[in-house]
Design a protein around this ligand. Structure first.
Ligand SMILES: NC(=O)c1ccc[n+]([C@@H]2O[C@H](COP(=O)([O-])OP(=O)(O)OC[C@H]3O[C@@H](n4cnc5c(N)ncnc54)[C@H](OP(=O)(O)O)[C@@H]3O)[C@@H](O)[C@H]2O)c1
Length: 338
């Protein structure tokens, strides 16, 4: 099969087409003929040599896919060969075939093409894990999403608004991106390049502070974000692009009962991800089908054009999701079940 592999750590040019054997699926796994694959920030980190695949996982990048099941291993009740699925995978999405744990496969939301569905798993699993489970966002609370037009950010903002009735605040770097945040459900957006962004955000809460913050920046943002939390607030870290270390006041944590937490999804057990998959299909997929939650796609490239997609991410020009179209099925709707 044709795959896009990372020849060595480096810039987008290290992404090169290659031929590899079609992988075999084991117990509890399925082989998916990939129609489209999502492109995510962690793929860029992997390309740079900063985010290696967990032990035992293929070195082919790509964390989410949509396609048609070509074969199933033992102990798989669903999906069956011929079924259309989208799936979260720990790697291997940039390829014509990809093995996925059956428990991480989901049907496509009604009305979604394979290409649209391929943009969902990584960002919605991440948003659910961090905003709903770790952040414990409750009805009517205030959610701040750093980097509102990131794929994860748009998913998080919409989950917060549609499922928790949250007041959603976001940060963003350009007027065009701020307009997209507002269009996708943010109540207010602040330019993080302005030095007083924490004060601007606090003013938007009437001085009370924010209940949940989702952040991929870390470093010097961490003390500012702790300071911005309301009593009992939760700061959820999902990356540390600014710096891995921060100096914080531990006193703030106990005086205002703050929670500082975070996660990475990739190395979590299948059973953990399976629980997220079930909750997404029950609670988010109907809203996607109804158009109340949307995916925002800013670019689609053929598998051979993965380097161009990565260059967009390197330049921070993406707004929402980038994807790779891998087969002619990408822009089609799946066949209805027999
Ligand atoms: N832990 C996990 O399980 C997990 C899984 C997936 C992704 N992630 C992380 O989640 C984040 C989003 O991923 P993605 O693929 O959706 O990302 P993405 O589309 O690449 O977006 C990155 C975002 O970071 C924002 N940003 C850059 N500098 C910033 C700053 N100084 N202050 C605030 N925001 C800033 C950008 O905002 P502008 O475009 O406005 O500059 C952009 O919205 C990334 O940090 C990624 O590493 C974590």
């Amino acid at each position: 099969m044709t795959v896009m592999e990372i020849r060595e750590p480096g810039g987008p040019e290290v992404l090169q087409l290659a031929q590899r054997p079609v992988p075999a699926c084991g117990a509890g796994e399925v082989l998916v003929q990939v129609a489209a694959a999502g492109v995510n920030r962690p793929d860029v980190q992997q390309r740079k040599g900063l985010y290696p695949p967990p032990a035992g996982v293929t070195d082919i990048p790509g964390l989410d896919i949509a396609g048609v099941v070509a074969a199933v291993g033992p102990d798989v009740a669903w999906p069956r060969p011929g079924d259309a699925v989208c799936a979260l995978v720990a790697g291997g999405g940039y390829a014509e075939y990809c093995v996925a744990p059956a428990a991480q496969c989901m049907p496509l939301p009604r009305g979604f093409t394979f290409a649209q569905a391929a943009t969902l798993p990584e960002v919605f699993f991440t948003a659910w894990n961090n905003v709903i489970w770790l952040g414990r966002l409750a009805e009517g609370e205030t959610l701040l999403v750093q980097g509102g037009t990131s794929g994860v950010g748009l998913a998080a903002m919409q989950i917060g608004k549609q499922l928790r009735g949250a007041t959603v605040l976001a940060t963003s770097s350009s007027a065009a991106k701020r307009a997209v945040c507002l269009e996708m459900g943010a109540d207010a957006v602040v330019d993080y390049r302005e030095a007083d962004w924490p004060e601007q955000l606090r003013a938007l809460t009437g001085g009370r502070g924010v209940d949940v913050i989702l952040d991929g920046q870390g470093g010097d943002y961490t003390p500012l974000e702790l300071g911005l939390l309301a009593p009992d607030g939760r700061l959820v870290l999902i990356a540390s692009h600014r710096a891995p270390k921060a100096e914080i006041s531990t006193r703030e944590i106990y005086l205002r009962r703050l929670t500082l937490t975070g996660s990475t999804l990739r190395a979590r057990p299948v059973a953990y991800k399976a629980r997220i998959a079930r909750e997404l299909v029950e609670q988010v997929w109907p809203l996607l089908a109804a158009g109340r939650i949307r995916t925002h796609i800013c670019g689609a490239y053929p598998l051979a054009g993965a380097a161009a997609a990565h260059a967009v991410l390197d330049a921070n020009q993406q707004v929402g999701k980038l994807l790779l179209t891998v087969s002619a099925l990408a822009d089609t709707l799946p066949e209805p079940p027999a």
